[in-house]
Design a binder for this molecule. Structure first.
Ligand code: PAN
Ligand code: ZN
Length: 191
């Protein structure tokens, strides 16, 4: 349960060498089996699921009151890997409160931020020390395009909430693929 009163004292958190936020009050462990149908190559997905159901990413979060005036801090460790030719990625979401923006700060590894809104789309390359801005209203997802964990810190409004269903139904208009060792950003319609 989130606390119902606003925070009234400063505090600090630490991000360890691996990117784990300490302390974290909630964590997410996302395996491939929890992302069924999100990768374009269903046969490659089935093959991986028949194996060890890989861990795709983890989130370490310090929960805050669900209030617009508060800021939630979390880190994401997005592991390297591919489903067929498609790089490991997060599920992606809109914020439930659509007009809540977010800031990402790259800590290690390499990736892409993919955003989408009403048929428009953009990608933003991210690496260590990149500050990437997710504008209000845009669905957002990250993709690990490297061979080591892509780790970033996120800061977002306490009342933002996460709507996974809408973008899952719509689908992101761009996919990030490994084409002969190069990163290719491919429109969904051109697969
Ligand atoms: C991030 C994401 C995190 C995991 O902290 O929640 O990277 O991605 P999914 O939530 O799409 O599974 C964020 O954007 N928070 O709002
Ligand atoms: Zn978000």
């Amino acid at each position: 349960m989130s606390p119902t009163t606003l925070t009234d004292a400063p505090f600090s958190l630490v991000v360890d060498e691996q990117g784990v936020l300490k302390p974290a009050t909630s964590t997410v462990e996302r395996r491939l089996s929890q992302m069924k149908g999100m990768y374009h190559d269903a046969a490659a997905e089935d093959q991986l699921l028949a194996g060890d159901d890989p861990l795709v990413y983890e989130v370490f979060q310090y929960d805050m009151p669900e209030h617009v005036g508060e800021l939630v801090v979390c880190t994401t460790l997005l592991y390297p890997g591919r489903v067929g030719d498609e790089f490991f990625m997060t599920k992606g979401h809109y914020h439930e409160q659509r007009d809540r923006a977010e800031v990402y700060y790259g800590l290690s590894g390499e990736g892409q931020l993919v955003v989408a809104y009403e048929g428009q789309h953009h990608t933003v390359a991210m690496g260590p020390k990149t500050v990437a801005y997710v504008p209000p209203h845009w669905a957002h997802r990250t993709v690990n395009t490297g061979d080591e964990p892509f780790v970033f810190l996120a800061v977002y409004h306490g009342d933002a909430g996460h709507d996974y269903g809408s973008i899952e139904t719509e689908g992101f208009p761009q996919r990030v693929l490994d084409r002969d060792g190069s990163v290719a950003i491919v429109p969904q319609g051109e697969l």
